[in-house]
Design a protein around this ligand. Structure first.
Ligand SMILES: NC(=O)c1ccc[n+]([C@@H]2O[C@H](COP(=O)([O-])OP(=O)(O)OC[C@H]3O[C@@H](n4cnc5c(N)ncnc54)[C@H](OP(=O)(O)O)[C@@H]3O)[C@@H](O)[C@H]2O)c1
Length: 269
């Protein structure tokens, strides 16, 4: 039985991914910042005959991420799949450690969480990061803006920086660790609570359901034909070409180095 961690399993696309994979025979570690909000998906999987457990994970604090990683490693499981799905779109202020929340949660929190789990990865472990076509909105990452609080709750470019970072992280991890498989998956436009209420009200009826949005991440997590691919970007269930910035290897390296420094990691951890 494969063991799969899904972050942001409490709602939306993450909840759908956890349910689909759990009902498909994976043991699911449903990671969420609230046990109350995540318990229903754990129960759904168990009720369908699958197995699942909860992991408390708040990606907005490096201390909380470290605690979650220690908790997970203590459970003694090798990890076959990690799905970095949790994310925020609207946010103001900063993470506990002072970073812009979209960049801090969507990218840095996952960067640190994954890094602390390396010992539980094995040959062929798949790391799927839920990215977005929103990354096309920017042609780089504004390092100053992502390293300080956000003053406005809606910042499409700030969200785009974090989603560009998701793709660059995927390519750089593939380069550094060829024994693992990494994929960045764009789910399409999905009717979930990450979108502003007025957008859902006006356009929700034309959007995908979370189950439809889960298809590409699930494809990346499971398709046997992808076993020989790593570092790519996927959309609509197939390999796709991300932006020029997302294919910039120097930018990927710079993001990696800054992320290590910002997360307080030793380069040779
Ligand atoms: N919806 C779309 O159209 C769309 C398009 C492209 C990409 N995406 C990506 O899809 C992913 C899932 O988003 P969604 O659309 O399913 O939105 P969602 O329903 O709002 O789900 C977001 C998930 O992230 C969790 N989360 C938020 N902040 C967190 C934190 N600090 N620590 C841990 N977990 C946290 C949420 O937990 P709580 O329940 O505790 O809030 C929730 O489980 C995101 O990465 C998003 O960027 C979505």
């Amino acid at each position: 039985m494969k063991t799969t961690v899904v972050t942001g399993a409490s709602s939306g696309i993450g909840r759908a991914i956890a349910r689909i994979l759990g009902e498909g025979g994976h043991h699911i570690i449903a990671a969420g910042r609230s046990e109350r909000r995540t318990a229903p998906v754990v129960a759904e999987i168990q009720d369908s005959g699958g197995s699942a457990e909860f992991l408390r994970l708040d990606l907005s604090s490096f201390d909380h991420v470290r605690t979650a990683a220690v908790d997970l490693l203590a459970r003694g499981r090798q990890l076959d799949v990690v799905i970095n799905n949790a994310g925020v779109g609207i946010a103001r202020g900063s993470t506990t450690d002072g970073f812009e929340p979209r960049f801090g949660i969507n990218h840095l929190g996952h960067f640190l969480f994954n890094r602390l789990l390396w010992d539980a990865f094995r040959e062929g472990t798949r790391i799927v990061t839920v990215a977005s076509s929103a990354h096309f909105r920017v042609d780089g990452i504004d390092w100053d803006r992502v390293a300080k609080p956000a003053w406005a709750p809606i910042g499409l470019d700030l969200y785009a920086f974090s989603k560009l970072a998701n793709i660059l992280y995927t390519t750089e991890l593939a380069r550094l660790k060829p024994e693992w498989r990494t994929y960045a998956a764009h789910p399409g436009l999905v009717n979930t609570k990450i979108l502003p209420g007025f957008v859902r009200l006006l356009r929700g009826y034309r959007m995908q359901t979370p189950e439809q949005g889960a298809r590409t991440p699930v494809f990346c997590a499971t398709d046997p034909d992808l076993a020989n691919e790593s570092g790519g970007y996927y959309a609509r269930g197939e390999r796709a070409t991300p932006s020029t910035a997302a294919r910039d290897d120097e930018l990927a390296r710079e993001l990696w180095e800054r992320s290590e420094r910002w997360c307080g990691l030793d380069a040779d951890l």
